[in-house]
Design a protein around this ligand. Structure first.
Ligand code: PRP
Ligand code: URA
Length: 210
């Protein structure tokens, strides 16, 4: 069974409170989504394997540790996931980026796919799917399905900022091998499948489309 890790670091909780506030404007909202993603990335990569190599400092030879093992890929679910990409790539510059475009049908709340482009060697990489919101779980399940079935990905972690209990349950049942990393589990979904209390429509708040 995959792990569900809730990151309750005070910095994350503080930044999340700013995202939740309806008076936070687009510029600050976008910046803070990026900052939260960087802090989450730091935790999500905590157990990556390293290997020892020898280098020369200006003073003496030194044994140092560098990342080893699988190369990494970041896969944002468009649109809102885009808000998490830049700060993560700044921490992992060698990561490649794949994009999955999904929107929720307003009536059925089912995900509708409109775009997909992956790096050619994605099946060999450790993949971090990023999307600020895990509501019904439909979008995350669809993205994981695509990565596993169409691209042969074997190592996938899902990173969301806020999750509803319904979404965590749905993803864990559909894909029990996937680890999920979040900063908060909220109370429930409302009748429009929005997370309560949540932060509203994350894509609209990042891109100023409402
Ligand atoms: C939001 C969010 C997730 C999805 C979560 O995207 O970014 O992708 O909803 O909901 P789910 O767990 O019920 O599938 P949305 O469909 O609003 O598209 P957008 O990012 O383009 O605004
Ligand atoms: N997508 C969002 O942006 N917010 C929600 O609360 C649910 C889905």
């Amino acid at each position: 069974m995959g792990k569900v890790q809730i990151l309750d670091h005070p910095l994350l909780q503080h930044k999340l409170s700013i995202l939740r506030d309806k008076n936070t404007g687009v510029k600050e909202f976008r910046e803070i989504v990026g900052e939260i993603a960087a802090l989450m990335c730091y935790e999500a990569t905590r157990n990556l394997p390293t290997q020892e190599i020898e280098i020369e400092t200006p003073v003496a030879p030194a044994k140092v540790r560098v990342l080893s093992g699988k190369k990494l890929a970041i896969v944002p679910i468009l649109r809102a996931g885009l808000g998490m990409v830049d700060t993560m790539i700044s921490l992992i510059p060698s990561a490649k980026v794949g994009h999955i475009g999904l929107f929720r049908d307003p009536e059925t709340h089912e995900p509708v796919q409109y775009y997909c482009k992956m790096p050619p060697d994605i099946s060999e990489r450790q993949v971090f799917i990023v999307d600020p919101m895990l509501a019904t779980g439909g979008s995350a399940i669809a993205a994981i399905d695509i990565l596993k079935r169409e691209y042969g990905c074997k190592s996938i972690t899902l990173m969301d900022i806020i999750a509803a209990p319904e979404g965590i349950k749905a993803v864990s049942e559909a894909h029990p091998d996937i680890d999920i990393i979040i900063t908060a589990v909220d109370e429930k979904l409302n009748e429009h499948a929005y997370i309560v209390p949540g932060l509203g429509d994350c894509g609209d708040r990042i891109f100023g489309t409402k």
